[in-house]
Design a binder for this molecule. Sequence first.
Ligand SMILES: [Fe+2]
Length: 539
Amino acid sequence: MTDPQPREIPPPSGARILIVDDEPNICNLLRELLASEAYVIDICLGGQEALAKTRDAVYDMVISDLKMPGISGIDLIKSVKAESPDTATVLVTGYATVETAVKALRYGADDYLTKPFNIDELRKVVSRGLESKRLRLENHSLVTKLQSANDELKRHKNELKHEVVRTSESLLSTNHRLEQRVQQLHTITKVTKAITSILDLGRLLDFCLRLLGREMQVENSSIMLMQPDGRRLIVKASYGPRAKRVLNKERTLGDGVAGWVAEYKEALLVADVGVSPAFATEFSGQYPGKSFLCVPLVLQDRTLGVLNLTGKVDGGEFTEPDRDFVLAITGQIAVAIENAGLYDTIRRNSLHAVQALAESLEARDPYTSGHSARVTDYAVRVARTLGVSQPSVETLRYASRLHDIGKLGINEATLHKNGRLSEDEWMMIREHPAKGERIVESLGFLDRAQPIVRHHHERWDGTGYPDGLKGEEIPFLTRILSVADCYDAMTSQRPYRAAMSHREALAELDGGRSEQFDPAVVRQFVNVMGEGPFVHHPA
Ligand SMILES: [Fe+2]
């Protein structure tokens, strides 16, 4: 494939050309030679005059003779190029040497012509120069547009970069908030599941405070419950370094922060007590931290209590998301508190009913009247001196009150028979611990009392009933109950024998301790009794 031949470029019509030569004939000749083209042609006979003209008008091309008096063609072209770099310039010389051509080009001429003129050569040079100028201008325009487009692109790129940064930050922030919400929802679900399964009020309140302390990094927290009078709030559970100090503290409705929150049923969030001097003065000393959150526990428009959260472990402030999170679970806590209260009422009522039944059974027989109440009193007192924990003492209390409840299933004739029992009657009597266990089991909330009731007739030497347990196989609380039960039986009058004296009963216990009872329990029982005869206080 051959290169395409250079195309004849049509001369741009209306191009303005300045011809400069000190010889008028040359100027006229050039004008005539170019007359066939639609150029606008001016003529100058000297460099000085030409310079003035180029300052007044814009020329597309200047054709200048090299040698002129005054300003030479080269100086003229230099000046023209300095004023208007896009003007095409052609130097005319009478000496067509390579040196001349190089010199002309070096000094800024775009082309050169030699005398005498060749008409075709002249037209080509003029046409090429004008086209070259047009291309330069077009190129300048394109470069300017390109630069402008490039600048615009850079601006868009920067804007895009900033937008990407902003979007990334926004996404990160949104993602962080979402993660927090998911975590909070997870916690709320966990709390809801857990608290609805806790029916003991004390355990429920402790659980809630521990969980909030852990989840929210709270330093101190407490739950105050509204009292039946509807006027007083009492701290029923507390958590943190100030727990013991605030427990059982009381506040009246409308008094202080908790009283205000309870009265108006509105949460109160104070990020920094120092920011509100009036607040700081009014509630000065009430809160150890600078930040606190107090939320009402409301159920069906009834205020059940107030939840107080004070101070964050890291010294930070409570925030609105903190408040929203707490508000999301306080509804569940209120329901759980209500349920626990109802359950407690049902439990007490059931217990009272069973106790009343047992007492009515005892009351029918003057010899056993008040037996379980006295046994309870003795067992509880001795248990306390043996370091038994409070929850276990409570279990022992219920077990002692109900230990003979199984006798409800034995007919009265057998139960109060004065003479010797038949084998069947004796078997029936021996069934009362197991029957008692089943009755206690049916109550549903005294699981720990069941084995105590079942085994209260076991003996240390293994000859007791119903299971013949021996020594430490017998539950420890049962061993205490057994001694108390026996002591009361011995010191109570029976139709077939007189009541033993306090000292006789102690001696009897002491003598039988290695066979029937745990020696350590008997020893403690006797020690406690050594302080003086028991005076029964109704439990
Ligand atoms: Fe019994």
